[in-house]
Write a protein that binds this ligand. Structure first.
Ligand SMILES: Cc1cc2nc3c(=O)[nH]c(=O)nc-3n(C[C@H](O)[C@H](O)[C@H](O)COP(=O)(O)OP(=O)(O)OC[C@H]3O[C@@H](n4cnc5c(N)ncnc54)[C@H](O)[C@@H]3O)c2cc1C
Length: 462
């Protein structure tokens, strides 16, 4: 894949594009693909700061194809996940990408969890998830002989996949349709000049090259850096936050975001343990807990991987660096950004006990194992080896709320994907469609028609 990627030839003709997408994670690549499939004449470039594509969240996740059970009915997540699940399977079948619909169980450990399990089931039904059923302990033990639990939801259409492979397939299609993907190329500034966006870029090589790219339109899909990228647009760009639909306040328990509110990304690291090969038989598919509805994370789960490995995790602890995959990896600038944000302290005041307990479990293996044993009582500490980690980009509002739904901002010529947490990998094809539709709406044709006779405007906006 790396060989197929190429670097920009500096020079005026090569540096003008209709659309520049920042970030070659699964969302950025799906978006580039969507624009090129729907408007093949566009000159599209994808800029990625890492040496390879999908090297942050898109390459460090559980690899689960979610079916759409968890998400509030009517939310973007619910819609994008249920539709995205179908779209992803169709794409993988067409492209020959391996996946497996192994199914999963969400287990209630005691009576106190039953109302939330029932609520989840109802959500799933409302969201249109197919095949869900309540199962009793006997059926649970047939499906997962080592699982504890007094009742469970069985979701037969949940699956497993390698999202890095999916991202590579998107990238291949981008290139086949004439798009450029440039890795090792960090966007450092984003300004407007003569009705064009100007992206300052830094390319590391034998010598570091600092240059510019011009684009009529920009879409940033920066994951853990998404708030920094949106702040690059500056205050004058009249950036608005829209959770795709413009709504405000709280309605029927759902939160919407004030257009002028700032969101910051708070990185939450998740560590996995890996079962020793001789213990892999203890898991047949996927075992999930009933999640705590106060948080957007699904809780520590057991996941079988396509290659046969079994992962247990991830937990969710505050990371000391946005891209800090190791416990003691500290980035003082990232830490300062979190600690100087009022929203973080408001969240901490509410959830400090949960946060400390998560940190304790993270540093004390015995405590982590104890949590895992609640779901798989026969599991022993010796059965588990340290595994990989992932860092979630979680948007937080100034009033301390963890943003649950997908969220984008748009300005005149720019769209920023602000919050694309799980299940954004499952939903990537549908998120890309939503971004395309948002571009049609927010890249205002009426204003632009006098300013420029842009081919892009003609193609994309009409
Ligand atoms: C531990 C964990 C488990 C998960 N499990 C699942 C799961 O099982 N199923 C599921 O559907 N989802 C899961 N997710 C969520 C899913 O992985 C993410 O929602 C998805 O990968 C987000 O994709 P993205 O493209 O928005 O972000 P990313 O993959 O993070 O990509 C953003 C890219 O932007 C680049 N970038 C940032 N700033 C710049 C800049 N200035 N210039 C150039 N490039 C830049 C970054 O280097 C990065 O490559 C999980 C996530 C984590 C962390």
């Amino acid at each position: 894949m790396k060989d197929a990627l190429h670097n920009i030839e500096p020079g005026p003709s090569a540096s003008h594009y209709d659309l520049a997408i920042v970030g070659a994670g699964i969302v950025g690549l799906a978006t580039a693909r969507e624009f090129l499939l729907r408007q093949p004449a566009l000159r599209v470039i994808v800029l990625e700061k890492e040496p390879t594509i999908a090297s942050q969240q898109s390459g460090h996740n559980s690899g689960v194809i979610h079916s759409g059970i968890y998400y509030a009915p009517g939310s973007l997540k619910a819609r994008a996940c249920v539709e995205g699940h179908q779209a992803l399977l169709a794409f993988c079948r067409e492209q020959g990408i391996p996946f497996e619909l192994c199914g999963k169980v969400i287990v209630a450990l005691d009576e106190s969890e039953l109302p939330r399990l029932e609520d989840l089931y109802q959500r799933g039904i409302k969201n249109g998830v197919q095949g869900l059923e309540f199962i009793e302990p006997e059926r649970l033990r047939e499906l997962e002989p080592y699982a504890a639990g007094i009742k469970a939801i069985h979701s037969p259409n949940t699956g497993i996949i390698d999202y890095a492979q999916v991202a590579q397939a998107y990238a291949r299609q981008v290139q086949e349709h004439g798009g450029e993907i440039v890795t090792g190329c960090e966007v450092t500034t984003l300004t407007t000049r003569d009705a064009q966006s100007v992206l300052g870029i830094r390319q590391a090589g034998v010598v570091t090259l600092e240059t510019e790219i011009h684009a009529r339109y920009v879409i940033t899909c920066g994951g853990l850096q998404s708030d920094k990228l949106s702040r690059m647009s500056g205050k004058d760009s009249q950036v608005h936050i829209v959770p795709f639909q413009r709504r405000h306040g709280t309605r029927k328990g759902r939160h919407y975001y004030d257009e002028n509110s700032q969101v910051h990304i708070v990185p939450f690291r998740g560590d996995y343990y890996v079962l020793r090969p001789e213990k892999r038989h203890m898991l047949r598919s996927l075992i999930y807990p009933v999640p705590d509805p106060r948080f957007p994370f699904l809780g520590v789960h057991f996941t079988r991987r396509l290659d046969g490995e079994v992962w247990a995790g991830p937990n969710a602890v505050l990371a000391f660096a946005r891209e800090g995959y190791r416990r003691w990896q500290i980035h003082p600038g990232d830490m300062w950004e979190v600690l100087s944000f009022g929203g973080f302290w408001k969240m901490a005041a509410q959830y400090w006990q949960t946060g400390l307990a998560e940190m304790y479990r993270d540093y004390v293996k015995a405590a982590y194992i104890k949590e895992l044993q609640r779901y798989m009582p026969e599991l022993q500490a010796a059965d588990l080896l340290p595994g990989p980690s992932g860092v979630r980009a979680q948007a937080l509002t100034a009033d301390g709320r963890l943003v649950d739904d997908f969220l984008i901002q748009h300005g005149e010529n720019v769209i920023h994907v602000q919050n694309a947490p799980s299940p954004a990998a499952t939903s990537s094809l549908v998120i890309a469609r939503m971004i395309f539709d948002e571009a049609r709406r927010s890249f205002d044709p009426a204003k632009k028609v006098q300013q420029q006779s842009s081919k892009m405007r003609k193609n994309v906006l009409e």
